[in-house]
Design a protein around this ligand. Structure first.
Ligand code: GLN
Length: 234
């Protein structure tokens, strides 16, 4: 049996701060070691998101300007993206992408950008401040630690059904108040970690791949894939 997974790089041409696209390279590399062929394509403005075509969605971060354009376009993809998420589709959403999966994001200039409300968080603005720097977090359920770099003005508060990606040990995280960073909802991983978060945190990449494989091949023995050793955070 040969396995394959298809990745949608959502707004990959607009939302790619600090090389978020590297996450797809990491997924491809680990997938190959699991005997899985992984392909990706960009879906952007005015294009349909076909939820049945993809196993994984990667939604990167971006500046307020790009977000203001996407905030409008993504309303046309809202139903399909919400169905994909509710149907246990795998997703990684970073910073600006994370913000737009929630109810709204207030930009640095005070403009309210609508999200799709597929996840129950919301993002307010800070007064003349950004959270910038290295972050270290720990996921309570797995005990895994993750490292990343954050650069955001928005502060996010989690809602119903969401649990944090991790608790903040160093840095600011979602809002600098409640010591949470990122969010997990079903098979969606959200984070403020920029750049290729999956390169520094192979364990998250493995969870994303395993979730996608288990969903697509529910009756297959995936023991070999599960046993792939990946590096811990660095
Ligand atoms: N523009 C958003 C903010 O400043 C998202 C930033 C980002 O994706 N780096 O909070």
């Amino acid at each position: 049996m040969s396995y394959s997974l298809k990745v949608c790089h959502l707004y990959g041409d607009l939302m790619n701060t600090y090389g978020d696209i590297g996450n797809i390279l990491v997924l491809k590399h680990l997938a190959e070691q699991m005997g899985v062929e992984l392909e990706s394509e960009v879906i952007s403005l005015d294009q349909e998101f076909n939820k049945d075509k993809y196993d994984i969605v990667i939604f990167g971060g971006g500046q307020d300007f790009e977000q203001s354009i996407i905030s409008k376009d993504i309303q046309n993809k809202k139903a399909a993206l919400t169905d994909f998420i509710e149907d246990d589709g795998s997703m990684v959403a970073i910073c600006g992408g994370y913000q737009l999966l929630g109810h709204y994001y207030i930009g640095a200039n005070g403009e309210k950008l609508e999200g799709i409300g597929a996840l129950d968080h919301y993002t307010k603005k800070q007064e003349n401040n950004r959270f910038i720097g290295n972050v270290l977090i720990e996921n309570k359920e797995t005990g895994e630690k993750y490292r990343g770099f954050e650069n955001h003005q928005g502060i996010t508060f989690l809602g119903e059904g969401e649990r944090p990606l991790g608790n903040v040990l160093e840095g600011y995280g979602n809002n600098g108040e409640d010591k949470t960073e990122g969010a997990i909802y079903k098979n969606v991983y959200c984070t403020y970690f920029h750049g290729p978060i999956l390169a520094r945190n192979n364990q998250i990449a493995k969870h994303v791949l395993m979730n996608a494989l288990t969903r697509k091949y529910p009756n297959e023995d995936l023991t070999q894939q599960k046993e792939l050793q990946v590096s811990e955070t660095f």
